[in-house]
Design a protein around this ligand. Structure first.
Ligand code: SAM
Length: 202
């Protein structure tokens, strides 16, 4: 039987009205929380269970809350993170679970490629770093070159300032198979999403 992921995530803070207010005021969501729509992460958990995902790489982890919550629930065999630590420059702590394989620099670098190679096969790569279209395209092309099952993208609806690049990338993506996780953003009182998660396989 499937786990109750809503319950499993109940103690986690997601993008709520207060985070939205900070984002509007400062232009950045300067809060140590999961920068996602809770409903979409619940659906992502169901996908992870259904597809028996055992290895997970997140590119763009903010303070590490999403990666940590998913690893707490699924106890992946391999968990890995890439981030150039922007959250820290804003005064926020970054935490990842013990044993996480980390790359603390730019995903667009020869060093990243070398590091990614050392990880070997990764079931699910979650891309949530630079949201400019050229950067998402670049992260997509680079990461599909390494052994994986799924590549996921945050903000495929991309109606929030600074996220339209992911929407344009996703809508233009014609290759492979695409699955969309798009749920109402209840914690913002919305009957639609401003985010959305797209999952792609060859
Ligand atoms: C929206 S946040 C990630 C949110 C996180 N996935 C979550 O669900 O809470 C974007 C992150 O991407 C990182 N980032 C942006 N561009 C990057 C790049 N080129 N290389 C590595 N990290 C990058 C930033 O430091 C930031 O932590």
């Amino acid at each position: 039987m499937s786990l109750d992921y809503r319950k499993a995530l109940a103690g986690e803070r997601f993008w709520d009205r207060e985070v939205e207010a900070v984002f509007r005021e400062r232009g950045e969501p300067v809060v140590d929380c999961i920068l996602q729509n809770r409903e979409e992460v619940i659906a992502l958990c169901e996908f992870i269970e259904r597809e028996r995902i055992r290895s997970y790489l997140e590119i763009g982890i903010w303070t590490g809350r999403l990666l940590s919550a998913l690893h707490r629930i699924f106890r992946f065999d391999l968990v890995a993170a890439c981030d150039h630590r922007w959250a820290e420059t804003l005064g926020l702590p970054i935490r990842v679970p013990p044993g996480t394989r980390t790359f603390w620099s730019d995903s667009d670098s020869p060093e990243y490629r070398r590091w990614r190679e050392t990880l070997g096969h990764v079931d699910l790569v979650f891309i949530d770093a630079n949201h400019a279209r050229f950067a998402v395209e670049r992260d997509f092309e680079m990461n599909r070159a390494y052994p994986h099952r799924f590549l996921a993208f945050h903000d495929i609806r991309g109606t929030r300032p600074g996220t339209g690049g992911v929407r344009r990338f996703w809508n233009a993506l014609r290759r492979g198979h695409k699955l969309e996780i798009v749920r109402p953003h209840h914690e913002l009182g919305l009957d639609h999403t401003t985010m959305g998660i797209g999952i792609w396989r060859e």
